[in-house]
Design a protein around this ligand. Structure first.
Ligand SMILES: NC(=O)c1ccc[n+]([C@@H]2O[C@H](COP(=O)([O-])OP(=O)(O)OC[C@H]3O[C@@H](n4cnc5c(N)ncnc54)[C@H](O)[C@@H]3O)[C@@H](O)[C@H]2O)c1
Length: 276
């Protein structure tokens, strides 16, 4: 384990948890899987063996482990709330919470524009145009009013040139939201971005910008008479709870479609591995 790497604990070693753990292990420079937890000891052990992590059947042990910097929650839906609350109580700070706190401090002035991006590798066969809204942009529809403390009062939807990698789907899509405070938000959904998963949010305020960067760290730029001597610093925070992130880029168009999507995504990663 390298001293500077972000140590990630993965709760739930099923399909998605194992996928996330593999992705972190193989592709995420600067991050490593430290612990894998599953009530099924064999699943925990299998993911741990594959990623060089430690396996446990006790998710609480993982959540409270001081050596774990960030947590992926990929257990069954019904467990997400408890696990996320336990993680926050144990000191994890979802990046969006830091972003909201920074905005609420007033230091950066009023938020004027938000740019949100949600990109995935590939959509499931049979996915419809509507899914970009109901399955992907839905997260921004939740997050933005909460972040700004202001309800969405106006929405427009746009689709331009679509990717040629899929047929019958308008992808990418762009939505423009106006909240009651007058701020404008762009939401880009791109289910077939191909290159990987990418979720971002940048807020342009009266005095600068605040942005979540990979892996969901808060980076703030702010002009002023006394600029900091070093480049803009980022608050080190845990990645956002995966209750929402685990759904991003993935599609939920039925179990069969999900299985096909998983096979396709795995094939994509294998292809990428060979290309490297
Ligand atoms: N499979 C998909 O295509 C897909 C796509 C998007 C999102 N998701 C989401 O990902 C999450 C996991 O889905 P999945 O398909 O990997 O399910 P899965 O059944 O393959 O894996 C879930 C794992 O969680 C474990 N588990 C259950 N309760 C636990 C607990 N209290 N503590 C620790 N581990 C526990 C189970 O033993 C199992 O191994 C779900 O929230 C699901 O909605 C799945």
């Amino acid at each position: 384990m390298s001293a500077s790497a972000l140590r990630v604990g993965v709760v739930g070693a099923g399909s998605m948890g194992a996928d996330h753990a593999r992705t972190l292990h193989r592709w995420a420079s600067g991050a490593e899987v430290a612990l894998a937890a599953d009530v099924d000891a064999e699943r925990a052990a299998a993911v741990a063996a594959e990623t060089g992590a430690r396996g446990t059947t006790d998710a609480h042990e993982l959540i409270t482990d001081p050596d774990v910097d960030a947590i992926v929650i990929a257990s069954h839906d019904s467990t997400h709330a408890d696990r996320a609350i336990a993680a926050v109580r144990a000191g994890s700070h979802p990046a969006y919470v830091e972003l909201k706190t920074a905005l609420a401090s007033g230091t950066h002035g009023a938020p004027l524009l938000l740019h949100c991006v949600s990109r995935g590798v590939a959509s499931a066969p049979g996915c419809t145009d509507e899914f970009s809204v109901t399955g992907s942009a839905i997260h921004e529809f939740d997050t933005v009013p909460w972040l700004l403390d202001s309800p969405v009062v106006e929405v427009s939807w746009h689709a331009g040139r679509s990717t040629s990698t899929v047929t019958g789907l308008r992808d990418p899509q762009l939505m423009l939201l106006r909240t009651a405070d007058g701020a404008l938000t762009t939401v880009e959904t791109f289910l077939n971005a191909g290159y990987g998963y990418d979720v971002g949010c940048e807020v342009v305020t009266e005095h600068g910008t605040l942005a979540l960067t990979d892996p969901a760290r808060l980076v703030t730029t702010r002009p002023g008479p006394a600029p900091p001597p070093t480049p803009p610093t980022g608050a080190r925070v845990s990645p956002t709870p995966t209750a929402s992130n685990s759904r991003r880029g993935a599609t939920r168009c039925g179990p069969a479609a999900r299985r096909r999507w998983r096979r396709r995504t795995t094939a994509w990663w294998r292809g990428r591995s060979r290309r490297r």
